[in-house]
Design a protein around this ligand. Structure first.
Ligand SMILES: Nc1nc2c(c(=O)[nH]1)N[C@H]1C(S)=C(S)[C@@H](COP(=O)(O)OP(=O)(O)OC[C@H]3O[C@@H](n4cnc5c(=O)[nH]c(N)nc54)[C@H](O)[C@@H]3O)O[C@H]1N2
Ligand SMILES: Nc1nc2c(c(=O)[nH]1)N[C@H]1C(S)=C(S)[C@@H](COP(=O)(O)OP(=O)(O)OC[C@H]3O[C@@H](n4cnc5c(=O)[nH]c(N)nc54)[C@H](O)[C@@H]3O)O[C@H]1N2
Ligand code: SF4
Ligand SMILES: [Mo]
Length: 745
């Protein structure tokens, strides 16, 4: 029997590697990196190989489930939608729009059908109760970037191919494969940087895999990055090292920043962040004196109470050292499709780069009063919005690819809250810790059964590219695409009925959108796109053709369209070149300039000032990632589950000795009345006084269908974390540096 070869971009993490799959008898027989891929050049990690296990996983849901008398039973799609129609609109009619909440999780960022159609459902619902894992993750970075550059996804990334000094804070790309920075084979690129004489410097409370390969690593007290960063900015002013370079005329607020950082000399912050003043000054000098240098901060700098300030200061450093928007510095990718910062006409007029900017706090959460941000409320407000009676209380919830019972602080409370709902629908591929609370579960397709194009990550990519994947397998006959499921749910909400045809609904939406986007040109656009395409493919064709490299619907015959990008798949996609300067055209701030000193951020510095002398708790907890794991949902795949147990609590030998903990034994870790038991691993890679435990574990809850994961369930870090601790500006959860008490069991 002969096999067939397929090319597929991996949807499992932000590295977006191109894979080559061999298929025989309708089974994947091998997965390797696609050597010809223009972007990832054959790189792959163990999770990419696990796509075959995911496809085959007998626990992965393939039919809708309806809960009857407390037990899930298999149902047809018609039955599932009828059940939803019988129950959901009535709740909305009785209690109002906000009574139906919606929560979306990480996999949606990796699936165009979820990402592009989730918004349609959210708009149909018209509820203020929209939540996503962004507020457990990167909202601070999005907010800081939005305030500075005018759009939530205009995020500067290191131009690693040409950089000679890279300062990394709170990121471990050797395990995570990069985040808010799409950079497959970070290790290879970092080694090349070192080979050309460059330096990689890592700031992390643990000597991570990335720190271990760095030229220098400095421990930092968890949650204290804002102090280090302020010390660095202060040094630049203090030692007259500020040079804006070519962007000088495009930056507002340098003097305001100089005044704002005045209380935070390297000497003043050193103790608070546990890095000496001379080291801080040395890093600032090196950043300023290296022609091609960049600073990058990721989850460790976001998931803390000063997340937005830390994210802002990362880019303040990039600007003040003259590295923004220059080769080898911190640059902006130019995506082929869907990027707001490439739209040809600016929103407010003819000046390139002038836009509306961003606004937050258009409404507030009902119970805690947390400000709306990017149309969302903090995920950590979900439980209280379900539990607290009154107008606007959440009575029904739709979850889309999210598992907050494990991924959100105080997950047990989330679980109890979900039990209080009148109705819950989950669009998810597993019966897991969260979806077991649902009344109806609607399964998405296996990634190998759907087309793929990354919407968000080309906006954050180390090099510009356009790559498309066809489905490897046909979808099973009765199964729906996730975009179709989302449209069906929207139709039910809008009273169009459970048997509305998703194709017709899609046509309506498409016509509306095209009129809105193209005005008078809409009929010509619709005609150019034709009648063959539907769903995400059609949206993609329009986006590519009207995008910065597009064929302008025929006016630029050499430009891109869907057919061309599709045709390039076997040869590894289309390379669109290295990053190029994009200022001022990509800005969307009202001033048309980079805003270095947004008032909201300067005002928040008063909290930092008050906190300079805060005493160090005896023991604090932080998270980590392992290359063979992915948040809360890949522990059921054989190829990843085998090998050493990964959910261990790393502690420094001095802490182990002090607390009587021994390697391999269990320790109780407690925060107030909540506690877990985790296996200790003594490690001199830890900063003393810090314990590291990965998140996403705790698969011992009853009523799930994750048979392999349940064999080695691990402990749930989020049991210990506090759902009331947030960065007040972004609403992001504090997941790092929380004080705990540890003792031997
Ligand atoms: N303590 C601590 N907590 C953390 C973090 C941390 O560092 N420390 N990290 C946070 C971060 S960065 C994130 S992004 C969040 C992630 O938290 P979540 O957004 O909750 O995402 P996951 O834990 O990845 O769970 C993904 C869910 O989607 C389902 N799923 C998988 N594939 C598909 C699909 O193709 N379609 C559909 N419909 N569903 C699918 C899975 O079954 C699972 O239910 O966790 C956060 N939680
Ligand atoms: N293998 C694997 N890959 C993943 C994921 C996964 O679960 N597994 N999840 C994906 C997701 S959703 C995301 S968002 C990305 C995240 O990608 P990264 O941001 O690279 O996340 P981590 O690998 O957790 O690395 C964070 C580092 O920050 C350190 N740290 C903790 N607290 C602090 C602090 O206060 N300050 C500083 N400076 N450092 C601190 C931790 O010790 C850790 O080494 O990874 C993605 N990729
Ligand atoms: S690094 Fe691994 S999980 Fe991430 S895209 Fe590449 S193969 Fe997939
Ligand atoms: Mo994330």
């Amino acid at each position: 029997m002969t096999h067939t070869i397929h090319h597929r971009i991996c949807p499992l993490c932000e590295a977006c590697c191109g894979l080559e799959l061999k298929v025989q008898d309708n089974k994947v027989i091998s997965i390797r990196g696609h050597d010809a891929d223009v972007f990832s050049a054959g790189y792959i990690c163990p999770k990419g190989v696990a796509l075959a296990d995911l496809h085959e996983d007998p626990d992965r849901l393939r039919t809708p489930l309806i809960k009857r008398n407390g037990e899930f039973v298999e149902a047809s799609w018609d039955e599932a939608f009828q059940e939803i129609e019988a129950r959901l609109p009535a709740i909305r009619a009785q209690h109002g729009r906000d009574a139906v909440g919606i929560a979306v999780g990480n996999p949606a960022a990796h699936k165009i059908g979820l990402l592009m159609y989730f918004g349609r459902l959210a708009r149909a619902l018209g509820s203020k109760n929209v939540f996503s894992s962004s507020t457990l993750d990167q909202m601070p970075k999005q907010l800081a970037s939005g305030l500075m550059f005018g759009h939530w996804l205009s995020i500067a990334i290191p131009d690693i191919a040409r950089c000679d000094y890279l300062l990394l804070l709170g990121a471990n790309p050797l395990a995570s494969n990069g985040s808010m920075w799409t950079v497959p084979d970070f290790k290879g690129k970092a080694k090349a940087l070192q080979a050309r004489g460059g330096e990689l410097v890592v700031i992390d409370p643990r000597r991570s895999e990335t720190a271990a390969m760095a030229n220098a690593h400095h421990f930092i007290r968890p949650g204290a990055d804002v102090f280090l960063l302020l010390g660095l900015v202060h040094t630049l002013f203090d030692e007259k090292l500020v040079r804006l370079g070519p962007v000088a005329g495009l930056v507002n607020g340098v003097d305001e920043v100089a005044v704002a950082v005045a209380p935070f000399s390297a000497e003043a912050v050193a103790e608070r962040c546990a890095i000496d003043a001379s080291t801080i000054r040395g890093i600032a000098r090196k950043l300023a004196s290296t022609q091609r240098a960049a600073v990058y901060g990721r989850i460790g700098t976001c998931t803390q109470q000063y997340g937005t300030l830390a994210s802002w200061l990362v880019d303040v450093l990039n600007v003040l050292t003259g590295h923004l928007d220059l080769p080898g510095g911190a640059m902006f990718s130019q995506a082929a499709a869907f990027a707001s910062n490439t739209s040809s006409s600016s929103q407010t007029g003819t000046v390139p780069g002038v836009g509306r900017g961003i606004t937050t706090g258009r409404h507030n959460s009902r119970v805690s009063g947390a400000p709306e941000i990017y149309g969302e409320l903090p995920m950590t407000c979900l439980s209280e919005e379900i539990e607290t009676p009154g107008v606007g209380q959440i009575k029904a919830l739709i979850t889309v690819g999210t598992n907050p019972v494990l991924s959100s602080p105080n997950g047990a409370r989330v679980g109890h809250a979900l039990d209080q709902l009148d109705f819950m629908v989950s669009l998810d591929i597993y019966l897991n810790e969260t979806t077991r609370h649902a009344d109806v579960i609607l399964p998405g397709l296996s990634p190998l059964e759907s087309m793929h194009y990354d919407v968000a990550f080309p906006q954050l990519s180390w090099r510009n590219h356009a790559r498309y994947s066809e489905p490897v397998f046909e979808r099973p006959g009765t199964q729906l695409h996730e975009w179709e499921i989302l449209l069906k749910l929207s139709a039910i909400i809008q009273g169009k009925g459970a048997d509305a045809d998703p194709g017709a609904l899609d046509d309506e939406h498409f016509a509306d959108d095209t009129r809105r986007q193209f005005g008078d040109q809409a009929p010509a656009v619709m005609q150019a796109v034709g009648h063959q395409l539907r769903g995400p493919d059609r949206l993609l064709d329009v986006a590519l053709r009207s995008g910065p490299y597009g064929d302008a619907f025929g006016a630029k015959p050499d430009g891109l369209n869907l057919a061309k990008v599709k045709a390039s798949s076997a040869s590894g996609g289309i390379d669109l070149g290295e990053l190029a300067p994009r200022l001022p055209g990509m800005l969307r701030t009202p001033s048309g300039k980079v805003e270095l000193a947004p008032p909201m951020l300067l005002a928040d510095l008063s909290r930092v000032r008050d906190d300079l002398k805060l005493p160090t708790p005896d023991m604090v907890i932080i998270g980590r990632r392992d290359v063979r794991s992915n948040n809360s949902w890949m522990h059921n795949l054989p190829i990843l589950a085998k090998g050493p147990f990964r959910c261990t609590a790393l502690v420094h030998p001095s802490d182990a000795q002090r607390l009587g903990l021994s390697d391999g034994a269990l320790a109780r870790i407690a925060n107030g009345t909540r506690s877990i038991e985790a296996q200790v691993q003594v490690s001199s890679d830890m900063m003393p006084g810090v314990v590291s435990l990965p998140h996403g574990w705790g698969h011992s809850l009853p009523g799930t269908r994750l048979r392999l994961a349940a064999e080695r369930p691990g402990a749930n870090l989020n049991t210990l974390l506090d759902e009331n601790l947030r960065d007040p500006l972004s609403g992001n959860a504090v997941l790092s540096g929380v004080a705990v008490v540890m003792q031997a069991v």
